[in-house]
Design a protein around this ligand. Structure first.
Ligand SMILES: CC(C)(COP(=O)(O)OP(=O)(O)OC[C@H]1O[C@@H](n2cnc3c(N)ncnc32)[C@H](O)[C@@H]1OP(=O)(O)O)[C@@H](O)C(=O)NCCC(=O)NCCS
Length: 323
């Protein structure tokens, strides 16, 4: 059977780092509160000329270079984002143009913080159906542009950045020892819309709006939703927590990450954590974390890697893959 195998990875971050101490100067917060409640120590914030598409294109080019490929080898670009450069056209076609690619097709996918997991699953389906041989899967965000910088309950949590993978079709045996995506488990439930949303949009206010969140409510649902989809991925593939080499979670909050790993029985040494460095970069957080852990040699070819995310909607999901 055909599997979608990771051929390359890449990341991009804005130039400007904003520490918790810097935020103390503008909102009533403290480094201690932020670190204790979230594990976040700093985040990157896009400056002039840095946009979701510019960061996404840089991450994509880095992934192509890492794969030893050029855009000529790519058939499809999927960009997961909730902070597009424009309402339309899609950020993915903007990235396509920035990369100098004028063939194939490109589209955005919006599932907020679960966007990268949804995009991986969508790319995998295109590859397994034969619609594409190589796909650039990008998560790119500039959440700093939809934050209310006077609201301390949200503005300290998020950051900007982008990450990308090149997925490539490979003929495999069809067993759980294959490389590539082994299963995707996706869920959503719009009943939770009001717990995490943006209070604007083209069809309602005609404005971009600001992110609003009932943090405690999101927290309450997160661990159960994340562990449910991971258990479903284990069941679908006949694997168990003991088989996992790396858990690469969406980087929203250190306490959610630790509680999920504990509930699943995955030791913290096997969990990739970058929330301290990047904050919550929404759809970009998983490919950024993957890029850090693959570049420093932690994630190696043949490792079994579980990706998971939960976010606005609510949306949530898991992808199990062998690197
Ligand atoms: C947001 C979050 C860190 C808040 O932590 P919490 O322990 O739930 O804190 P609470 O919301 O109960 O607030 C506790 C107190 O801290 C205060 N507080 C909130 N933000 C603060 C900040 N940045 N600095 C200092 N104090 C803050 C609150 O006003 C509240 O004060 P009060 O008791 O006087 O009313 C936590 O709920 C969380 O991580 N939720 C999940 C959010 C998330 O990950 N969303 C993205 C999903 S993709």
């Amino acid at each position: 059977m055909i599997r979608s195998v990771v051929r390359g990875f890449g990341a991009a971050l804005p130039k400007r780092v904003v520490t918790n101490r810097e935020l103390e100067e503008t909102v009533d917060t403290s480094d201690e509160w932020i670190v204790q409640r979230t594990g976040i120590r700093q985040r990157y914030v896009a400056g002039e000329g840095e946009t979701t598409a510019s960061l996404g294109a840089e991450a994509a080019q880095n992934a192509l270079d890492n794969a030893g490929l050029t855009v000529a080898d790519i058939d499809l670009i999927i960009c997961a984002t909730s902070t597009p450069d424009n309402t339309f056209p899609a950020t993915a076609v903007n990235i396509q143009n920035r990369l100098g690619m004028h063939h194939g097709f490109a589209f955005d996918l919006q599932a907020v913080c679960s966007g990268f997991v949804f995009a991986m699953s969508t790319a995998d389906l295109h590859i397994r159906c034969g619609m594409a041989k190589r796909v650039l899967v990008i998560g790119a965000e500039t959440f700093s542009r939809i934050l209310d910088w006077t609201d301390r309950t949200t503005c300290v949590l998020f950051g900007d950045g982008a990450g990308a993978l090149v997925l490539e079709a490979m003929e495999c045996e069809g067993s759980d020892t294959d490389r590539g995506v082994l299963t995707s488990q996706l869920r959503s439930d719009g009943a939770h819309k009001d717990k995490l949303f943006v209070d604007g949009g083209p069809s309602t206010t005609g404005t971009v709006g600001h992110l609003r969140m009932e943090g405690r409510e999101v927290f309450k649902h997160a661990v159960g939703m994340i562990t449910d989809v991971i258990e479903a991925a284990f069941t679908a593939t006949g694997t168990t927590a003991a088989d996992i080499d790396w858990l690469v979670p969406h980087q929203a909050n250190r306490r959610i990450i630790d509680a999920s790993a504990k509930k699943l029985g995955i030791p913290l040494e096997k969990v990739v954590v970058t929330v301290d460095l990047h904050g919550n970069t929404s759809a970009a957080s998983i490919p950024l974390a993957l890029s850090v852990a693959a570049a420093d040699g932690r994630i190696k070819q043949g490792d079994l890697v579980m990706l998971e995310a939960m976010g606005g909607g609510f949306t949530w999901g898991a992808v199990l893959l062998r690197w």
